[in-house]
Write a protein that binds this ligand. Sequence first.
Ligand code: FES
Length: 104
Amino acid sequence: MPLAYHIFVCNNQKTEVGSDVAKALKIALKKQGLKNFVTGGKKHQARVQTCNCLDVCKHCKKGPGAALVIYPEGTFYGKVKPADAAELVQEHIGAGRVVERLAL
Ligand code: FES
């Protein structure tokens, strides 16, 4: 199965926010039916993983949220909180639009 979207969430903060954001993203993908989906007659998948530092630390280590990157576009987001997950999934994955207020 081809991988359409791969989301890496920084998990290098002193708090659990990175893990919480990753969990919220996984829940939002399932709720919005975008974990496994079909476009152009092909099946695709969206996958979320935590990772170590993405080297954009000022946007998460010292702030209240986490940094993440979404491939294949390579779009970075910062200060992401679990409450932002549904919007990120709906806009970026579902509609193909960058969420400008969180974009780095
Ligand atoms: S601590 Fe998150 S990008 Fe470095």
